[in-house]
Design a protein. Structure first.
Length: 299
């Protein structure tokens, strides 16, 4: 498997087969973000990603974390991980971009993970046991330093977007809403697993709508539509979803081209008025949708 994991500034040896989802689920409530490289030398919209970490981590602490704290912990590890990945996988094509999962944990996140029996098999290397502390003195030290931040950086090849057998981009629509859609938290990765398991083979994304048929976002993407009879693109309002880095740029480009942007949830019942629909995300960029299947009764 072409991936590596860095934790606390060091490569996590012996865990080369761990997947990004397995890593995320080690920390059920930690802050995370998904990034991509541009020309391998830059991380796309890095400032936005780091601000996300600040917002999500601060929400779980009595004393909010600062951007300076996050930068101090994350930036050295991020650079080490990208450089190390590039050296270890020199055979990759020159235009191969990287996908990066960044998880920032507090001591309470790490303690919570260690107490989860389902995760213990992944946490049994000697270095992890030593760092977590199996003696009472180590546990006391962790309690005293509960808000210490640690970064986990997972780097892999940017995968090709999932399509069906004919190469078409297919999405489903299901009735479901998130409790806190503006925060990037591992909790959502865990909560959405039941939907991912029920998605049909070849389906790239599941769009989430409310009981009225208003589509808010995808499981891991934003959703935009282009109207047939007007120079207008439509997407969910700010504050109701997490504004993705790719959507942010797409909206800026649309406005620069003189297009109108309507911040209102597209409704599945109005799909016949759409000229096109797209999902946007770090992995997909702006990906046109070929087929939408509504699994909502009566819609």
């Amino acid at each position: 498997m072409s991936s590596i994991v860095f934790r606390g500034g060091e490569q996590w040896e012996g865990h080369e087969t761990i997947t990004s989802k397995q890593l995320l689920l080690l920390f059920p409530h930690a802050a995370y973000t998904t990034m991509r490289t541009v020309g391998r030398d830059f991380v796309f919209e890095l400032d936005t990603h780091l601000d996300r970490i600040v917002a999500a981590t601060s929400k779980r602490r009595e004393v909010p974390v600062t951007r300076e704290e996050v930068d101090r912990v994350v930036m050295p590890d991020l650079e080490k991980a990208i450089v190390s990945f590039e050296k270890q996988f020199e055979s990759l094509e020159e235009d191969q971009e990287f996908r990066i999962y960044l998880v920032v944990t507090t001591a309470s996140d790490r303690k919570e993970s260690a107490l989860d029996p389902a995760n213990l098999p992944l946490l049994q290397s000697p270095s992890i046991r030593e760092d977590r502390g199996e003696s009472s003195s180590a546990e006391e030290a962790e309690d005293r330093d509960r808000d210490k931040l640690e970064s986990w950086v997972f780097v892999e090849k940017m995968p090709a977007p999932l399509t069906d057998a004919t190469g078409r981009m297919r999405v489903e629509v299901r009735q479901c809403t998130r409790q806190d859609p503006t925060i990037k938290s591992v909790a959502w990765v865990k909560e959405r697993q039941w939907i991912e398991k029920e998605m049909k083979p070849g389906t790239n994304e599941c769009l989430l709508c409310d009981e009225e048929g208003n589509i808010h976002e995808g499981l891991s993407s934003n959703f935009i539509v282009l109207h047939k009879d007007s120079n207008t693109i439509q997407t969910s309002p700010p504050g109701t979803v997490l504004l993705g880095t790719v959507l942010k740029i797409a909206l800026s480009c649309a406005q620069a081209l003189g297009m109108n942007v309507l911040h209102k949830e597209p409704n599945i019942l109005e799909a016949s008025s759409w000229a096109a629909a797209c999902v946007t995300s770090t992995s997909r960029l702006v990906k046109p949708v070929n087929e939408i299947e509504s699994l909502v009764e009566g819609k």
